[in-house]
Design a protein around this ligand. Structure first.
Ligand code: B1M
Length: 212
């Protein structure tokens, strides 16, 4: 790996927002393709963050700092990636379900998925089933991810899956759910394709679901 890409990886791990834009521009000036900067600079950094987060060696504020650093670089790379028609890992549509205002975990999932090379569309929080349905129809995601933090809003996941089925879109998208009260058995019960207990596992599972 070139010195600049290695510095970018380290900057992601350290959440060093200030150097991200300069290092990204430097890598591009050195003739690196945007995809190379993403795959060999940012993603190894974010992969490391994911591993450390899963192991309990990094905590939410540090992950958010890393994610923000990555976003700063992505804002330069994204238009170049789109222009060059580079194949990303796939598309992920995300949202926190109806009635639920907790979005910190969902934002982490968005950042981890972006770090894993997905194009991510985030519908935000308190998302009505119909809005998820429209999102699936318009954005055409490979994976739909729903987050819920309240025992009272978990049921909205089930209602959303029903709405997607009723709209005839269920076979077009894999559905992944998560959030503190959510479990694998709940996922099985409501007919989701997968459950992830944390943001790094969500990105891993999204990749597995697509390749399955
Ligand atoms: Co609320 N809240 N809250 N809250 N809040 C909890 C969730 C609660 C457990 C606190 C408690 O009582 N101990 C409790 C829920 C009880 C329950 O239902 N079992 C609770 C309650 C009751 C409420 C209110 C009802 C309080 C009130 O008004 N009386 C109210 C509800 C509002 C609403 O949603 N309609 C409310 C409001 C809020 C705030 C707005 C103040 C704020 C949210 C701010 C925001 O998100 N922008 C808030 C917060 C911050 C919390 C706690 C303290 C922290 C949640 C958090 O962000 N954790 C929380 C208590 C706690 O967890 N200690 C609590 C950090 C985050 C990284 O973790 O979201 O779990 P988490 O995400 C993890 C995993 O779950 C997973 O990955 C993430 C990272 O690894 N994950 C996914 C999440 N989504 C995923 C999706 C996936 C895969 C994995 O695939 C798609």
């Amino acid at each position: 790996m070139s010195e600049t890409l290695s510095k970018l990886s380290t900057a992601v791990i350290e959440g060093d927002l200030e150097v991200m834009e300069d290092l990204t521009s430097q890598a591009l000036d050195e003739g690196k393709e945007a995809q190379e900067v993403l795959n060999e600079g940012l993603m190894p950094g974010m992969d490391h963050v994911g591993v450390e987060f899963k192991a309990g060696n990094m905590f939410v504020p540090e992950v958010l700092r890393s994610a923000r650093a990555m976003q700063a670089s992505m804002s330069i790379l994204r238009p170049l990636l789109t222009e060059s028609g580079v194949e990303l890992a796939g598309k992920v549509l995300l949202g926190t379900v109806k009635g639920d205002l907790h979005d910190i975990g969902k934002n982490l999932v968005a950042m981890m998925c972006e770090g894993a090379g997905f194009e991510v569309k985030d519908l935000g929080k308190d998302v009505e089933p119909d809005v998820f349905v429209e999102g699936v129809r318009d954005f055409g995601p490979d994976v739909l991810g729903m987050s819920a933090l309240l025992t009272t809003t978990m049921r909205a996941m089930e209602h959303t899956i029903k709405s997607i089925e009723e709209a005839g879109l269920r076979d077009q998208v894999k559905i992944l759910i998560g959030g503190a009260p959510v479990t694998q058995s709940f996922a099985d019960q409501i007919g989701a394709d997968g459950y992830a207990s944390n943001a790094a596992s969500a990105a891993d599972l999204a990749k597995k679901l697509i390749s399955a």
